[in-house]
Design a protein around this ligand. Structure first.
Ligand SMILES: *Cc1c(COP(=O)(O)O)cnc(C)c1O
Ligand SMILES: [Zn+2]
Length: 501
């Protein structure tokens, strides 16, 4: 829709104008830094940063109802910069001029309600938000669009040049980083570090296809992360891991979209999210807080963070009920099918600790919960979801397993509605489905294949296996007719097709 046709009261706000106000703030010593520098940790105390908006209070000058109208009407714009996460420009990146925004189709992913049968099986109404339908097939594109747009802004302002962007990844960050960097080539070159044999074949193919430098490193993600950190302290590189506070900011769009999808009504809503490096849960909590403070939503939804028993440092931390006695201890991970969340020492732990506290304080009671699930339940839940029309990855399966666990523990009741984050597309993790169906998941995952869940292709051969069509040798008419009838008969038998036409 053209601007002329928008209602008068919101017309002045429809196209956002860039403004100052954003700065880095250290979570340790609270010192603030300019966003015109590349910065990942506090130079004073080495703690992680968040991007804050000094002028956030001015957002409250516009009534919440008007914001809702602005965002609903912005849906109809055809300006690429405002079609993705920057529909919420004032909340996501008010300093970024529209010309610097990179839009590759991220955000506004479908929200799909569980069908009747699945709903009945689980015992409450729930939705999957399919973040696997982002351009590189995971939610990481949200943060990457934000980080890359901020870099493009610095390039456009001649504050940086010849950028080498680098990240460690459990697979999806590198796919997103390589994709967005390649779009900006040759301004940006990207290098990704992956734990050798700890990402799926699809995830490895993505940065290769985007032309990134791909390095495989022995060990697990946490080891790769240490190398990236070392490189970033020795050389001038742009760090694209979720240490980069812009990543967190962009991922806040998930909450804004959920709020908008449910017409800004967050009452009795439960957000279920897997935790790896803990960037996503930090962003999601932060996003809801910001919308609450701007009066766009009038209550905060319940948040449930899910971890596998094979990578559960955040869950372990919150097991201690006495806040003063809690002590963060990294864990050594064990093999997990929720491989993208297989992290023992989450970079964003300080963010979780601070934002969770703030979230509960604003909500006026406990509203953030953590549950732990078995590897078996992750895999079984993923298969269950996908046999009912969803496209959840293993981490999406982890969310459903977490919802089931939360119901069991009475953290959630059946008059609430859950929104589960399918953080990546099922196809990225089909390696695990294949292994499950072949009953070949290695022992240390602690997963047995349930025979009822297994699905394998059946090769149907004719009685005479020498008379078969091939590209080179086409069968004669009679042989081909026999072949058709033979194979059809065998399929009909398998399918119990007994009713004639
Ligand atoms: C990165 C990732 C996660 C974990 O998110 P964090 O922000 O690291 O907690 C979960 N699922 C998928 C598919 C991911 O790529
Ligand atoms: Zn500091």
């Amino acid at each position: 829709m053209m601007l002329d046709f928008f209602p008068e009261d919101i017309k002045p706000y429809i196209i956002p104008k860039p403004r100052s106000g954003q700065h880095y703030k250290c979570l340790g010593c609270s010192v603030e830094y300019s966003i015109e520098k590349l910065l990942y940790v506090c130079p004073e105390c080495n703690q992680v940063l968040l991007i804050q908006d000094k002028k956030a209070k001015t957002l409250q000058k516009i009534p919440g109802k008007t914001w809702q109208k602005i965002f609903d009407f912005r849906k109809m714009l055809k300006i690429p910069a405002l079609k993705g996460i920057y529909r919420y420009h004032e909340f996501i990146g008010p300093s970024i001029p529209l010309e610097s925004i990179i839009y590759l189709g991220e955000g506004h992913t479908p929200v799909i309600e569980a069908g009747e049968s699945l709903k009945e099986t689980i015992g409450l109404s729930f939705f999957y938000k399919n973040d696997g339908q982002n351009p590189s097939a995971s939610f990481k594109d949200r943060g990457m669009a934000s980080a890359m747009s901020s870099i493009k802004d610095l390039i456009d302002k001649n504050l940086v040049s010849d950028v080498i962007a680098i990240c460690a990844s459990t697979g999806d960050t590198s796919a997103a980083a390589a994709l967005y960097a390649s779009y900006l080539g040759p301004l940006i070159k990207s290098a990704v570090l992956l734990p050798h044999k700890k990402v799926t074949a699809q995830q490895l193919s993505q940065p290769l296809g985007s032309g990134a430098h791909v390095f495989e490193i022995p060990g697990v993600f946490d080891d790769c992360m240490k190398i990236v950190e070392h490189l970033s302290t020795q050389y001038s590189v742009v760090l694209l891991n979720s240490k980069n506070a812009w990543r967190i900011l962009g991922q806040e769009s998930y909450s804004y979209e959920v709020a908008q999808y449910f017409d800004w009504d967050m009452k009795d809503k439960v957000i279920v999210v897997p935790i790896g490096n803990a960037g996503n849960i930090s962003a999601i909590m932060n996003g809801f807080i910001k919308f609450y403070e701007a009066d766009i939503i009038d209550c905060l939804p319940k948040i449930i963070g899910v971890q596998s028993e094979h990578a559960d440092p955040v869950y372990q931390y919150y097991l201690e009920p006495d806040e003063t006695k809690r002590k963060f201890v990294p864990v050594d991970t064990k093999p997990s099918v929720a491989q993208a969340a297989m992290i023992g020492n989450p970079v964003s732990m300080p963010r979780v600790i601070q934002i969770r506290k703030e979230y509960n304080a604003i909500a006026g009671g406990r509203q953030v919960f953590f549950v732990q699930v078995t590897e078996q339940s992750i895999m079984d839940s993923q298969l269950l979801a996908n046999r009912n029309g969803h496209i959840a990855c293993t981490q999406g399966g982890e969310c459903l397993a977490g919802l089931i666990e939360a119901l069991k523990k009475n953290i959630v009741t059946n008059n609430e509605t859950a929104i589960l984050d399918a953080t990546a597309h099922a196809m990225k993790f089909s390696d695990f489905q294949d292994l499950y169906f072949k009953s070949q998941i290695p022992k240390d995952y602690k997963i047995d294949s349930d025979l009822n869940n297994i699905n394998q292709p059946s090769l149907i051969l004719p009685d005479d296996p020498t008379i078969i069509p091939s590209q080179k040798n086409r069968l004669g008419e009679k042989n081909f007719q026999n072949f058709i009838e033979d194979i059809s008969g065998k399929i009909a038998k398998r399918l119990d097709l007994t009713t004639p036409l």
